[in-house]
Design a protein around this ligand. Sequence first.
Ligand code: DOR
Ligand code: ZN
Length: 466
Amino acid sequence: MVWDHVIKNGYIYSGTDFVKGNLYIKDGKIAAISENELEGETLKTTDANEQYVLPGFIDTHIHSRDPGATYKEDFYYSTQAAAAGGITSVFEMPNTNPPINNVENLQKQVGNLSPKAHVDFGIWGICLGDLNMKDLLPLHEAGVIGFKFFWGYAINSKTFQLMYNYKDGEEEVIPPLPDGEVYDIFQEVAKTGQTLAIHAENNELIQRLTKKVEESGRRDYEALLQCRPNLAEKLTIQTGIAMAKKTGTRLHILHISSEEGVQAVRQAQKEGYPITGETCPHFLFLSNEDYETVGPQMKVYPPVKYKKDQEELWQGIQDGTISIVCSDHAPHTEEEKDGDLWSIPAGMCGVETLAPLLLNAVSEGKITLNRACELLSENPAKQFGVYPQKGSLAVGTDADITIVDMNKEMVIKRENLHSKSKVTAFDQFPVKGVPTATIVRGITVMEEGQIVSKPIGQIIKSGKVD
Ligand code: DOR
Ligand code: ZN
């Protein structure tokens, strides 16, 4: 036997445990796992040196701005950042220009992203209400990874950019959709059996509160939180859950940020509905108290809230309510973020710091390494219908592997990020637990923080979700 690549001497994740041994790769697939050395010639050997060998991490939520706003980021950069941070697959959000609103644009996007992809990738389809209701089933058949609905957002009708600081009555917009039209989206996506993922913030409440707060003249972070309160998230999540119960839609709540958000999802799950939820490192590691030191760079939507919200999010991770942690990588340029809190766009980098931050939580005893594998790998793959091809180290599946050194310490530094923009709230954040190799279908893409491969990423199409 000729083995293409052997990873020797690692603690290999078995799904429940870590087994000391060697992992053998042939034709991009995991061919064998053995405690002993197997016979045969090996073309490449990686010495894991007693580090952990984990199923490749998947970031289900990134915005690479490609095409449309590639001055902020593009797929060549974002997937280098992903690989540098131990991510073997990313799912690219559809708020590009053109948006991924029909099969033609999906196919063009596959052609656009493929030559730049350093890791494998899925592509989300966008729901724009009546503007593309008839395109949802064809997008499903063409292989989108799931459907995204920016509930509560106005979208520029020319550039398809999200309007971060929208005021009722502005021109050239696709305004936030009324609930009746949203209900049709639920019904349409239910027919596909795929996931409908929602941004959950109630626009009517936000508009009303913003008007009042702006009249008062306040422009501080606390005022921003008053305009986009927990209630805004709760109202939309509850409406979404009610619609999902009625239609049978597989509903996924994106970037949960509040105590009430976690509780609403937990309750629906208890009742037996297929509702899932994710959160992001900025909600787990930051709170309003960090605004003083971090400043406007930490503006994201939904906004980072209070310590009590952070605590409930951790609770949700521990009890299983939250099944995915992803980055919501949403870069803007430094100039764009360097302004008044109320006029700058929401979003920051995240794909490269996602895994180190979560591994640091393992080092601090907040979660186990097994739970980190579930949150970053197994659950994303299962929920989006690509398990066990992705998200597992089972023999016969894709050899997507993240090797991590749980003893390695590192300080996150903005200048070291691989993204075009370096906007992060985690500059100077110390972590213990660092990905040291990223392997995609047997090909080493990152070694000790360096990108060592040209783009080799391929499109992932969603399979059947049980
Ligand atoms: O902060 C955010 N940025 N929240 C979103 O919902 C969208 C994202 C972006 O695309 O900029
Ligand atoms: Zn997002």
